[in-house]
Design a protein around this ligand. Structure first.
Ligand SMILES: NC(=O)C1=CN([C@@H]2O[C@H](COP(=O)(O)OP(=O)(O)OC[C@H]3O[C@@H](n4cnc5c(N)ncnc54)[C@H](OP(=O)(O)O)[C@@H]3O)[C@@H](O)[C@H]2O)C=CC1
Ligand SMILES: O=C(O)[C@@H]1CCC=N1
Length: 285
């Protein structure tokens, strides 16, 4: 049990964590996955050579249990875990990757005093380039936080934030890769409409997005200044940016991020059902 990590849910983010940990050198014998879809379980076992078993079996011998399940599965899964864990046993660390669900909800379901750490990762974890944010629950101490930060540092960058900021983090970096992929998708289509082959347009856009990302992270220069450097006076970029401003792209991102944060807050609230808006105005430091 000492080093074993159980990943509950072998979906998109569960697989990204598994792949990232293995590629960063974590031995497969220290990893176990619980996945309820038989087809998916077989795929994961074959692809990664890890043990894939049922939920109680995965939890039983694990020191760290990572929940990579949908918000709607949380109550059922935590109830099952609580049934496996002895009353008063608080050694096992629960790490939730689930959007919106507060640590308090796990703490209520698990044996009293159980340490819980909430994490919001993102899918670039698949290539060890995740951005993850970590928030300790009420019973998680500095050592628990350090354990989770070390685990996630193997698959990308990590920050520690107060839990009240998690809906904002989810809207920005959790969902963020989807916004970048949508921009890439749209630009590829635009290139095709200008007469490029789809293959050529995809190559041009993919490397452009990659290069821009690396320049942004490595140069220390602000996005506004990097954009100004591309924008020659009276040139092509100025013409393009004028159109993006005309269609209110900034407002679009603002509204999108706020909608994502509201959806995160909603998905964690047992009381409010889908479509019920939640006030997230306190999500600032
Ligand atoms: N995808 C992303 O980019 C990110 C996702 N997250 C969070 O991660 C969580 C999972 O998301 P994602 O990976 O996209 O979702 P998926 O639906 O791809 O994965 C969830 C997996 O867990 C399985 N599962 C559910 N209940 C059980 C159980 N009792 N035992 C074993 N397996 C179970 C599901 O099976 P079945 O299909 O049968 O339901 C499914 O395969 C969500 O809460 C999301 O908020 C966080 C950050 C980023
Ligand atoms: O879309 C979702 O709900 C999850 C959380 C962040 C990214 N994907």
């Amino acid at each position: 049990m000492a080093n074993r990590i159980a990943i509950i849910g072998g979906g998109k983010i569960g697989e990204a964590l598994l792949a990232g940990l293995i590629s960063s050198g974590k031995p497969t014998r220290d990893l176990v996955v619980a996945e309820r879809s038989k087809e998916r379980a077989d795929e994961i076992a074959e692809e990664y050579g890890v043990l894939v078993t049922d939920l109680p079996g995965a939890v039983e011998h694990a020191a760290v249990v990572v929940l990579a399940i949908k918000p709607t599965d949380v109550d059922e899964v935590t109830a099952t875990i609580a049934g496996v864990v002895d009353e008063g046993e608080t050694e096992r660390l629960t790490v939730s990757l689930v959007a919106g669900v507060p640590t308090e909800r796990y703490e209520r379901a698990l044996p009293a005093g159980s340490p819980v750490v909430r994490v919001m990762p993102n899918t670039p974890m698949l290539v060890n380039e995740a951005m993850s944010a970590v928030s300790p629950g009420r019973y998680a101490d500095d050592e628990h936080v350090a354990t989770v930060v070390e685990l996630l540092s193997a698959v990308g960058k990590v920050v520690v934030v107060p839990e009240r900021q998690m809906d904002a983090v989810t809207a920005v970096s959790g969902s963020g890769p989807a916004y970048a992929f949508l921009v890439a998708e749209a630009l590829i289509d635009a290139g095709v409409s200008l007469g490029l082959s789809r293959k050529m347009s995809t190559q041009l856009v993919t490397q452009t997005v990659r290069g821009a990302g690396i320049l942004l992270t490595d140069s220390g220069v602000s996005p506004a200044d990097l954009r100004a450097a591309v924008t020659s006076p009276g040139g092509t970029t100025a013409a393009a940016v004028r159109e993006l401003e005309r269609i209110n792209l900034r407002t679009g991102f603002y509204e999108a991020a706020h909608a994502a944060a509201r959806a995160s807050a909603r998905s964690g609230s047992v009381e409010s059902g889908p479509g019920v808006e939640t006030d997230i105005s306190s999500a600032s430091d």
